[in-house]
Design a protein around this ligand. Structure first.
Ligand SMILES: Cc1cc2nc3c(=O)[nH]c(=O)nc-3n(C[C@H](O)[C@H](O)[C@H](O)COP(=O)(O)O)c2cc1C
Length: 345
């Protein structure tokens, strides 16, 4: 028997007064007339044509087959998927599909549009209020070679008892996250080059240090200035929020942490810096850049004998608000635990 079902990857969006169906698997858009919407609403589970209770008989079947060809419905004959997409689609949510497909559809907004949109957003945050801590000089050289760091790099989730030193924190941030050079482009404004790459040199990532056990540093949240190499204490980020973040990190690490990590690094993105230049692909670029920063943090941690662990999830909205940020302007996109490994003296 032939049965039909609404394709699971559809979105509905408004284009002016029109309701438009988006097939996120192909990014094709279709004007959604009331008849089609009614059919799709009723086909929320596998059903034969008869179940649609329509007087139009064979013509309904032809309409359904047409919707299958367009990717808006799925058809199954004797339990065999007949529309060619198959079970691989079940892995995807429509959100993921849309974002992935947009990588081919989006791109550079183009000079004219960029210029029309006004001046380039600043790559520097306004100076945060709070006590500024100048970090001690970083080690002038990392003690192991790149090939050794790559060979030895491991995720470590158990920490020693001692506090991290400010010098260790400083060396980590100096090699993994600082800006090494600024340059200026007439159209695109300032561009910043870090020790890790960022898409289009937009430098959209920011680094916050959550100190939980760093010698000489009161516990709390700090903003890392990637040029001055200072950290500024964010006094509004309270103790309750720090404890909530730590509980969240213990959960995300699957209960494997033997104690609070000496430091949690929260990576945020200032969305406007990159979305201003790129249409539809900004978020994906941010995630790729975050991966580049995470790997750099891993390698430098390994080279400085610190225990690294990236964290994929996290309560991004709560942490973002705790840091005093507007989640639509700048929000958490990554987390990284780093501590003194339990074999370190
Ligand atoms: C982007 C990313 C997210 C990760 N998220 C988590 C996480 O949420 N919790 C965790 O315990 N480990 C997390 N990890 C660590 C991985 O589990 C770890 O890298 C993996 O097991 C491979 O081990 P290795 O890093 O020693 O090669 C993450 C790693 C990456 C790169």
């Amino acid at each position: 028997m032939t049965v039909y079902r609404r394709a699971p990857q559809l979105f509905i969006e408004w284009h002016g007064p029109d309701m438009v169906l988006v097939d996120t698997a192909s990014l094709q858009r279709f004007r959604a007339n009331p008849t089609v919407l009614d059919l799709l609403s009723r086909l929320d589970a596998w059903k034969p044509v008869d179940a649609l209770d329509s007087d139009e008989g064979p013509s309904v079947r032809a309409s359904l087959d047409r919707l299958v060809d367009l990717g808006l419905l799925e058809r199954s004959e004797d339990d065999v998927e007949a529309n060619g997409r198959g079970p691989a689609l079940d892995l995807w949510s429509p959100y993921e599909l849309a974002m992935h497909r947009l990588v081919s559809a989006g791109g550079y907004r183009g000079d004219a549009e960029v210029l029309r949109n006004g001046t380039a957003p600043s790559l520097r945050k306004p100076r945060a209020e709070g006590e500024v801590v100048k970090l001690p000089k970083a080690d002038p050289q990392l003690s192991i070679s790149l090939s050794d760091a790559l060979e030895q790099r491991r995720t470590i989730r158990t920490y020693g008892e001692r506090a991290m030193t400010l010098a260790e924190l400083s060396t980590l941030l100096h090699y993994a996250a600082r800006i090494t050079r600024m340059r200026h482009d007439e159209t695109l404004g300032d561009e910043a080059l870090h020790t890790y790459p960022t898409s289009g040199a937009r430098s959209e990532l920011e680094v916050y240090v959550v100190a939980n056990d760093v010698a000489g540093l009161p516990n709390g949240a700090y903003y890392f200035d990637p040029i001055e190499q200072t950290i500024t204490h964010l006094e509004a980020a309270d103790e309750e929020g720090r404890q909530a973040l730590l509980r969240n990190m213990h959960g995300a690490a699957g209960g494997l942490l033997n104690r609070d990590p000496q430091v949690v690094i929260v990576i945020t993105a200032v969305f406007g810096r990159i979305m201003w230049k790129y249409r539809d692909i900004g978020l994906v670029m941010i995630y790729k850049d975050t991966g580049a920063l995470l790997q750099t943090l891993y390698l430098v941690s390994t080279a400085t004998n610190l225990a690294p662990c990236a964290i994929g999830g996290g309560n991004e909205m709560a942490t973002t608000r705790w840091l005093g940020l507007d989640p639509l302007v700048e929000a958490q996109v990554g987390c990284f635990l780093v501590g003194v490994p339990d074999n370190a003296s």
